[in-house]
Design a protein around this ligand. Structure first.
Ligand SMILES: C[S@@+](CC[C@H](N)C(=O)[O-])C[C@H]1O[C@@H](n2cnc3c(N)ncnc32)[C@H](O)[C@@H]1O
Length: 389
């Protein structure tokens, strides 16, 4: 696998080695074994060393992967239009973005909300990575200096009594997952142990919530011996927290994912965990800890169940293609046409990337969670996929 990937340079190799040493200390402190979710948490978020905490480029051409807001400002403009509809409907004046990445979506959303004359009083960002916070501040200062005074970075989620619209693009897929394998004598949890100077996958009998989950799964679906997959307890936890403080408003969740029946199917026998390294996708999370992204698809049935338990309504669920086409991406494209044929062709290609079924159009979904009496925005009209959940 590593032969097919570009080799990391010396500083990146040394960075990864420091993180491996930290993970080995944690393995030793935990008695020789770490759960995969704990490993993923360290690989992505260990202070100063985790992938999202340290200085590599990550997003865009120079980085490891490209997200929708990095592909085109039209994505953020469409989302802003939908957010504006909810702000108007509810009279709320606050937007909260979770996991703002490079800050580009925040900048483009603010510009569109300004154009629509629906600027929120405050645009809050909850970003756990100090390095990304700094980059977000820098980008917003460059792109929207006049609007920067509305942007506030939070250290933690609001406690209670929050009214507003929450947006999260590709955040749920970046949360640590538990991994399991179905064996002939029951399910095991996959974790990590030390092997020589490196790390290796090691299993333990499932316990607690994972035991309960795999037991239920095995009783519902006929899955082969050796089947591996993952479950994200952290995503349910995050949704519970949102339900706990959101008094009035809505949550737009955008991510690649599936309903549970498709997520846990025999054909997907190696799960959905993927690693992104310099625009190469592979499935070895131990390859370059700290310098590659590790992500898993979102089980939207589970997210919906967590929302209901948290007192929120699953108001809508559709594909990204449908959402963007019904949020006016074609009108946005026309609005931005210039005299440059090259520029126009580039924008059309971006729209295709965001909406074509073989690209991001179908695999990415948009879920809207609301408090009572908040109606879905127009982007969801006409293709309600909640029956699949
Ligand atoms: C894949 S990146 C997506 C970034 C950006 N939203 C985009 O679409 O380009 C995941 C982002 O979520 C952030 N993140 C991770 N865990 C989080 C959490 N519990 N709450 C909020 N943000 C989180 C990461 O630091 C990172 O900014």
């Amino acid at each position: 696998m590593s032969n097919q990937l570009p080799a990391p340079d010396l500083p990146a190799t040394e960075h990864s080695a420091r993180l491996v040493a930290l993970i080995q200390q944690e393995i030793a402190a935990a008695g020789g074994w770490l759960s995969f979710s704990e490993y993923m948490r360290l690989a992505l978020y260990a202070p100063g060393l985790g992938y999202y905490q340290a200085g590599a480029a990550k997003f865009g051409e120079q980085g490891d992967f490209v997200t929708a807001p990095e592909i085109s400002a039209l994505f953020s403009a469409c989302l802003a239009g939908q957010v504006a509809e909810v702000l108007v409907q509810t009279g709320c004046r606050t937007v909260l973005e979770l996991g703002a990445g490079s800050g580009l979506m925040a900048a483009d959303m603010l510009l569109e909300l300004q154009r629509l004359q629906e600027l929120p009083q405050r645009y809050l960002i909850l970003e756990p990575s100090p390095d990304l916070r700094e980059r977000q501040h820098h980008l917003l200062l460059q792109r929207v200096p006049d609007l920067l005074d509305r942007v506030v970075w939070l250290d933690s989620l609001p406690e209670k009594g929050f009214s507003g619209v929450i947006v999260a693009n590709e955040v749920l897929d970046a949360l640590p997952v538990s991994r399991f394998e179905l064996g002939s004598s029951g399910a095991v949890e996959l974790g990590i142990s030390q092997e020589g100077a490196g790390l290796s996958v090691a299993s333990r009998p499932v316990k607690g919530a994972l035991k309960e989950f795999t037991g239920r799964l095995a009783s519902m679906v006929d899955l082969p011996v050796g089947y591996r997959s993952e479950v994200c307890f952290a995503a349910s936890g995050l949704i519970h927290s949102l339900g706990g403080f959101l008094d009035k408003g809505a949550v737009f969740l955008i991510d690649y994912g599936l309903p549970q029946a498709e997520f846990y199917s025999a054909e997907r026998s190696d799960g959905t965990l993927r690693c992104h390294y310099r625009h190469h996708v592979h499935n070895d999370p131990l390859l370059y800890p700290g310098i590659q992204d590790i992500t898993a698809w979102v089980d939207f049935t589970r997210v919906g169940e967590a929302a209901l338990q948290a007192g929120l309504n699953v108001a809508a669920y559709t594909t990204q293609a449908h959402f963007l086409l019904h949020s006016g991406i074609t009108a946005q494209l026309e609005l931005r046409q210039t005299d440059s044929a090259v520029n126009n062709a580039q924008m059309s290609a971006q729209v295709q990337k965001l909406t074509l079924p073989g690209e991001m159009g179908e695999v990415f979904k948009v879920m809207l969670l609301t408090t009572d009496d908040v109606l879905p925005s127009t982007g969801f009209q006409g293709r309600d996929l909640r029956v699949n959940l």
